[in-house]
Design a protein around this ligand. Structure first.
Ligand code: SF4
Length: 313
């Protein structure tokens, strides 16, 4: 459990009371259950445009929000500028956490020998999921340490699209203890809406979006397909070469059945290659256990995303 390094913890200012009372269609906010403990709403900031706006909405809605960003060395350097701009927009610092074991996806592949597997990308697990689990562990209620800070809810930037609503519901079912809130779904905001909100706020979009990528994943993401990797070959040739070597060493490829060093430069070329978003909760495959028609009812405004989650409890 020692994989996590807390670089900055702005916890001193946390207070016991957490949030406003909600009606039945709003998120079921928890109040810290251990007497004397400090409680806050935990916002996951990924340097993507959706999580940036979700955190902003959470700050406007809840009394005490603390934001966290997972650092990975292969993030685009412009992310530092974006973080700084968002901190000014929020009027608040964004805290940072990171894996102690691995600095980026290349190191994960090199040390574990895994690229992708049936349960997803190994780097997502090591650089994001395990970091989140360790962090959550440190914030769990502790009867012997009643003043230990705790989160009451987690904020996630799932956007207002049927597939994303499905993922949000699935996440809430799988991790009910996180008591997640989904501000973008509540406010019916898509990624495009979020981009406009940032532009209107005078914040330049992160460079990866401006280069034509559909998210702000690590540079050289193992979830990318042929078109993505051919774009990386042009935009970030050193990352392409590094991954091509890492694949051969591991004996597995990012793209099913094709190693990067044999990828035809003309394959998969599109103006905007789609790569699944990699957040603290991401997976490529839509969960089979969430009913699409239920998600469509959320999309059509017939019920809230939280009422849809209740359907499975
Ligand atoms: S963004 Fe891509 S490379 Fe980075 S951790 Fe996620 S899956 Fe791995």
């Amino acid at each position: 459990m020692a994989e996590l390094e807390l670089l900055t913890l702005n916890l001193a200012q946390m207070i016991k009371e957490s949030t406003k009372h909600q009606d039945s269609t709003n998120p079921p906010l928890l109040i810290a259950s251990v007497s004397g403990s400090a409680s806050f709403v935990l916002g996951w900031f990924s340097c993507g445009i959706t999580s940036a706006v979700a955190c902003k909405l959470a700050l406007e809605k809840y009394e005490r929000v603390e934001m966290y960003y997972m650092e990975i060395d292969t993030a685009h350097p412009d992310n530092e500028r974006f973080i700084s701009d968002c901190e000014k927009w929020y009027g608040q610092k964004i805290n940072r956490i990171r894996s102690r074991k691995y600095k980026d996806q290349f190191e994960v592949i090199e040390k574990t020998g895994y690229v992708n597997g049936t349960d997803g990308a190994r780097c997502t697990k090591e650089l994001k999921k395990n970091v989140r689990f360790d962090f959550e562990e440190r914030l769990k209620p502790d009867l012997f340490n009643p003043d230990r800070p705790q989160y009451s809810n987690q904020v996630h930037g799932f956007e207002f699209k049927v597939d994303e609503i499905i993922r949000a519901i699935d996440y809430a079912i799988d991790f009910p203890y996180t008591n997640p809130v989904f501000p973008l779904i509540e406010e019916k905001l898509t990624k495009e809406n979020c981009a406009q909100i940032l532009i209107d706020a005078g914040i330049e979009l992160p460079t990866m979006y401006k280069l034509g990528y559909n998210n702000n994943n690590c540079i050289g993401c193992v979830k990318g397909g042929k078109g993505y990797w051919n774009k990386i070959r042009i935009d970030f040739p050193e990352h392409f070469e590094k991954m091509a070597k890492a694949e051969r060493k591991a004996g597995y490829s990012c793209i099913k059945g094709t190693f990067l060093d044999e990828l035809n430069p003309n394959d998969g070329r599109t103006p905007k290659p789609i790569v699944p978003n990699c957040s603290v909760v991401c997976e490529d495959i839509l969960p089979p256990d969430v009913n699409r028609s239920l998600a469509k009812r959320v999309f059509n405004g017939e019920l809230s995303v939280y009422e849809a989650v209740q359907h499975y409890r």
